[in-house]
Design a protein around this ligand. Structure first.
Ligand code: 5GP
Length: 178
């Protein structure tokens, strides 16, 4: 088994690049079909979704734009602990079809915050495309329009996802060795 070590943790192969790409292509084809006349703006959430976004865009055949944003921890005071704000969106989304491109939906709290922020900017509609979802960990009610793969609760790295900044470059996805 091709175990990889990142700092104090070991990871084992979980999803092969070829299988990831098959699912990314399927999602792209669903979007090609659903949003053919919508000229969507894809909003890619950095850092984790850069590889997914690049592959997804290559499979899209409809007119589409892409913009990269970040959910950054808010530096102001808050009673609820960590609040994140959207940074990097420097174009109007009013009246547009927007597709959020995310690496992984875990509890869903980040996505919920993102949706609230984007909804205030009056787009025509917002769709969500996520590479991965951990259905058992979802805490909020979210309509995930496009899902490449559903996975168990374990921590994963690779294909854009990191452990402590490392592992994003792996072509396959690895899961933590327990
Ligand atoms: P949520 O707000 O849905 O709980 O968290 C979503 C974010 O947590 C993702 O965008 C990602 O950055 C991080 N995350 C959640 N699960 C994993 C995982 O298994 N591996 C990695 N590398 N990041 C994860």
């Amino acid at each position: 088994m091709n175990t990889v070590q990142i700092k104090d943790k070991c990871f084992v192969p979980f999803i092969k690049e070829a299988d990831i790409l098959k699912e990314v292509e399927r999602v792209a084809n669903e979007i090609n079909r659903d949003l053919e006349n919508a000229a969507p703006l894809f909003i890619s959430v950095l850092n984790g979704s850069f590889m997914f976004t690049a592959d997804l865009m290559r499979f899209l055949t409809i007119p589409s734009e892409v913009s990269f944003v970040k959910m950054a921890s808010y530096s102001g005071t808050s009673s609820t602990g960590q609040v994140k704000e959207l940074v990097g969106l420097n174009q109007s989304i009013e009246g547009r079809t927007v597709v959020i491109v995310e690496d992984i939906v875990d509890t869903g709290l980040t996505m919920k915050r993102m949706l609230e922020t984007l909804e205030a900017l009056k787009p025509k509609e917002i769709k969500i495309a996520t590479l991965l979802v951990k259905p058992d960990k979802l805490k909020v009610d979210l309509k995930l329009d496009y899902i490449a793969m559903k996975i168990p609760n374990d921590f994963i790295v690779g294909y854009g996802l990191d452990y402590d900044g490392l592992g994003r470059n792996y072509r396959d996805i690895y899961t933590i060795l327990k």
